[in-house]
Design a protein around this ligand. Structure first.
Ligand code: NAD
Length: 496
């Protein structure tokens, strides 16, 4: 079987506590084994990154930018290969995977503008003969610990900006779909990035803990589930590192009576079932505001039932499998639990079988109506193709439901009224908001991040907040005395 090794200092490195199986979700068969790195491999990777930082931290902006432009072109040229690699290990459709690669590439494009983003400020003559300027400098070795659901895009929220800012980087990808990270490492090498600037250590908790504890790691970016985000934030902060920990989500779509209901149903179904619901910005809960509930559920059911489920690389498939057998079990248990708790199972994809792929990790779209905030199916992040519908009497009640939820990643409102939209935008305690847009993922030049249990730390990913995260400020105050200086030095605190 194919083995997937670490990429350290510009070369493939084996080693660790053993190997984990990488499954092919569409067939349910093992397809590769990935090395599980531990302290030894982490030490090697961080040492390579420290060594590379010695020179990369001083490389000119023009050269750094040149690498980013070259990487951007390589990612575009290899878009199809990358997308197929994602589909093989994650399961999503190739079209969806291609979208992920494009959204990741947009962050590289943002990083191509790093000279503009790193421009400091200069104040002339802050005091007589004194000038002052500020600049942003890199941190050193930065780490990215990333989830399975976007194996190309989420790491690209991190490493292009970190590296363009002058840092070196160690990525710890998800052990469920590890191959794209190695592919990207080779693209970096082809783009002219010196060895050791971008490294990949595969593994699970052992590799993560070694990275979080390593004294030479300056900053950690994490994206994944809330319990691990919180753990990573606490453990890495305890050793003085800068940390951003992006966590899980339960994203609500509110539908008001003045919305275009067929359009809202189409958009919500796409946001709920795309990538089999395995997106942190997936809509997983609808709050239907009276009296639209019954009509909306009928429309959503029609959309859900029409979705073509099949292998991600098969033309015509709109939704692939979930990532593992355990993920499938979790989804089925959530649907069963909701049934027992009194929810109405309007569309039940639990028994779906895909011809020729009977062992694949498929589960069809599920639509659960009459769900209440006390039910587990509402409280959990199911992270599968399950959409639950709650009812509210008015917009204020819908906003109260959203604000009472511990997560705060994304939300969307469907309406034709500007005043309601404004009230919703201002009133919800959520980081990313869509108005008639179901998946409001910010563009690369804005920043991505939620509130509450969806983010630990306070800096969002990419955009200008990404640049701020991967740099630290320095302010210089300088005075160049004229050749003849007669005044005595004063000992009081300097003022202008
Ligand atoms: P996960 O938390 O299981 O894994 C994320 C990373 O943490 C992986 O690299 C994994 O190897 C590592 N990890 C797992 N268990 C660990 C442990 N006990 N100790 C240390 N490290 C550990 O998440 P996942 O299942 O890969 O991804 C899905 C989750 O990610 C969902 O909750 C989803 O909402 C979230 N997510 C959030 C965002 C966001 O921007 N907020 C984006 C994508 C995904």
């Amino acid at each position: 079987m194919r083995t997937i090794e670490h990429w350290i200092g510009g070369t493939s490195v084996t080693g660790g506590s053993g190997y984990a199986t990488v499954w092919q979700p569409a067939t349910g068969q093992p397809q590769a084994e990935v090395a599980l790195g531990g302290r030894v491999e982490v030490d090697l990777a961080v040492a390579a990154a420290v060594k590379a930082y010695g020179s990369w931290g001083d490389v000119s902006l023009s050269r750094r930018t040149k690498v980013m432009f070259a990487l951007r072109d390589l990612v575009e040229r290899h878009e199809d290969e990358l997308a197929r690699l994602i589909t093989a290990e994650h399961g999503k459709t190739v079209e969806d995977a291609r979208g992920e690669v494009i959204r990741g590439r947009e962050v590289i494009e943002f990083a191509c503008g790093i000279p503009q983003l790193l421009k400091g400020a200069y104040s002339d003559q802050v005091s007589t003969g004194v000038d002052s300027y500020s600049l942003r400098t890199p941190l050193g070795v930065c780490v990215g610990i990333t989830p399975f659901n976007f194996p190309v895009m989420v790491p690209m929220w991190m490493h292009p900006i970190a590296i363009a800012c002058g840092n070196t980087f160690v990525q710890k990808p998800s052990e469920r779909d590890p191959s794209p990270a190695n592919f990207v490492a080779r693209l970096y090498a082809d783009a002219g990035l010196p060895d050791g600037v971008f490294n990949v250590v595969h593994g699970d908790r052992g590799a993560v803990d070694a990275l979080l504890d390593h004294p030479d790691v300056a900053a950690v970016s994490f994206v994944g589930s809330t319990p691990i985000a919180s753990y990573v934030h606490q453990r890495a902060s305890a050793t003085g590192k800068r940390v951003q920990g992006l966590g899980g989500a339960k994203n609500h779509a509110v539908v008001l009576p003045d919305a275009d209901l067929p359009d809202a149903a189409r958009q919500i179904a796409a946001a709920a079932y795309g990538s089999a619901g395995q997106r942190c910005m997936a809509i997983s809960a609808v709050v239907a505001v009276d009296p639209v509930g019954d009509e909306l559920v009928t429309l959503l059911a029609r959309q859900a039932a029409a979705i073509v489920v099949g292998p991600g690389d098969q033309p015509g498939s709109q939704m692939g499998p979930v990532v593992t057998a355990q993920a499938r079990e979790r989804v089925l248990a959530a649907v069963d639990g909701a049934r027992e708790a009194g929810a109405a199972i309007v569309v039940d994809g639990s028994d779906l079988r895909v011809g020729g792929h009977e062992d694949g990790f498929f589960v069809g779209p599920c639509l659960l109506d009459r769900v209440t905030p006390t039910m587990a199916a509402y409280q959990q992040e199911i992270f599968g193709p399950v959409l639950v519908v709650l009812r509210a009497r008015n917009l204020d009640e819908a906003i109260a439901v959203i604000n009472a939820n511990p997560y705060g990643n994304g939300t969307a409102l469907f309406t034709s009224g500007g005043a309601a939209a404004r009230r919703f935008v201002r009133g919800t305690t959520i980081g990313m908001i869509g108005v008639n847009v179901p998946v409001p993922v910010p563009m690369a030049y804005h920043s991505f991040g939620g509130w509450k249990a969806s983010l630990f730390g306070d800096t969002h990913a990419h955009g200008t907040e990404g640049v701020a995260f991967y740099t630290r400020g320095k302010v210089v105050t300088s005075r160049w005395p004229e050749p003849v200086e007669t005044a005595q030095p004063t000992l009081h605190f300097p003022t202008a």
